[in-house]
Design a protein around this ligand. Structure first.
Ligand SMILES: *Cc1c(COP(=O)(O)O)cnc(C)c1O
Length: 373
């Protein structure tokens, strides 16, 4: 069966006890021990495992083509756990351009880390050390949407005995399935496209194979306690059932916006891998299908003030951080990322929602016109 079908039906699971199509919500934090002192249910306590996770984890595993998935309380809880499951001696390589919150934590947490331009494979090869255990990528990467060649980086990682982990939040399994290109671990901020309605925070890790590293991830999740709530897991499954139509519409909208704004006299540059003129387009076309994602950025002529002015003048787009919801969001990213960010000051990040593309474009055009007048 196609992934569209699996997602729409949430794998088609039906509750045994009630025949419910939509899953029951289990809120119990603890489980009855048997008289022989065992746990025949396989469940003991909600920090280690929660029946509310079974269906969304199984669905995400299927959509990514992996062996297992683990939900977390947020994308950051998932990402930090992926690094904490390494040892202090392990060296990691991460991209210069990546989700800023994770970059900030990583540089504060570890000195055994190198930040490289993932588009330059020679630089990446030279950054490899005998104790490099993980290369982390994000493609396309926040907020300039640089494209990383997943297969090429996987080859370098594996040749050096390292794992490849991909933050696939912005691609989603609709557009890119990193395991097919050699990645070993996939991370999602499920707060974004997987849920898609800007009404919960969640994260996930998915593994290509069950191994000692994955055991450590699961143990750490239970020990650190950054677990998702039952109701959030239930809502997340509901959101994932419409993942495909939402993401396909967002991709089509982003492509239309990118093409139209490329011809706008008030826009200096459109950053979107779906544009044939984009430096990452050829690699993107190789590893993305059905669209190039719902995220793009524009650089406004007139610099930082014109960019902030454009965001101030939108009527339909919502000025807010985050991404991947059904509503379109616009954000002056440099104000968020602060000092040390590679984000240009004239950049506005756009998360295309599922509204009508012409409405979205008309709103941006009038705001650009007003701000750069
Ligand atoms: C939002 C985001 C994160 C962090 O996820 P939270 O759910 O906010 O903790 C990580 N990576 C990317 C690409 C994101 O967009």
């Amino acid at each position: 069966m196609k992934n569209e079908t699996l997602a729409a039906q949430g794998l088609g699971w039906v509750d045994d006890a009630t025949r419910a199509i939509s899953p029951p919500l289990h809120l119990s934090s603890t489980y009855l021990r048997d008289v022989d002192n065992g746990y025949r249910s396989g469940r003991e306590y909600i920090r280690a495992d929660n029946p509310a996770f079974d269906q969304p984890e199984a669905l995400l595993t299927a959509l990514e083509g992996g062996a297992d998935a683990a939900l977390f309380a947020s994308g950051m809880a998932a990402a930090t756990c992926a690094f904490l499951a390494l040892t202090g001696e392990d060296h990691v390589i991460v991209p210069k351009v990546m989700y800023w919150g994770l970059r900030k934590w990583l540089t504060e947490w570890s000195s055994n880390i190198d930040l490289v331009d993932m588009r330059d494979l020679d630089v990446l090869k030279r950054a490899m050390r005998p104790n490099t255990r993980m290369i982390w990528i994000e493609t396309p990467s926040n907020p300039t949407w640089e494209v990383t060649d997943i297969a090429a980086v996987a080859e370098i990682a594996h040749a050096g005995g390292a794992m490849l982990a991909a933050d696939s939040t912005c691609s989603t399994p609709v557009v890119t399935r990193p395991f097919e290109h050699g990645a070993d671990v996939v991370m999602h901020s499920a707060t974004k496209y997987l849920n898609g309605h800007s009404d919960l925070i969640a994260g996930a890790l998915v593994t290509k194979e069950k191994n000692a590293y994955w055991d450590r991830v699961l143990t750490l999740r239970a020990q650190l306690g950054g677990v998702l709530g039952s109701f959030e897991a239930w809502l997340l499954l509901r959101g994932m059932r419409t993942l495909f139509p939402r993401v396909k519409t967002a991709c089509a909208n982003a492509q239309a916006i990118a093409e139209r704004l490329s011809a706008n006299p008030n826009v200096a540059e459109v950053l979107y891998p779906g544009l044939k003129t984009s430096p990452g387009h050829a690699i993107a076309a190789k590893q993305m299908s059905g669209g190039f994602g719902g995220m793009l950025s524009i650089r406004v002529k007139g610099g930082e003030q014109a960019a902030i002015g454009t965001a101030a003048n939108v009527k339909l787009w919502k000025r807010a951080t985050s991404l991947g919801g059904v509503e379109s969001l616009i954000e002056h990213r440099a104000s968020v990322e602060g000092a040390g960010s590679p984000c240009p000051p004239d950049l506005l990040r756009l998360s295309a929602g599922v509204e009508d593309a012409d409405d979205l474009i008309a709103d941006l055009e009038q705001a650009l016109e007003k701000a750069t007048r």
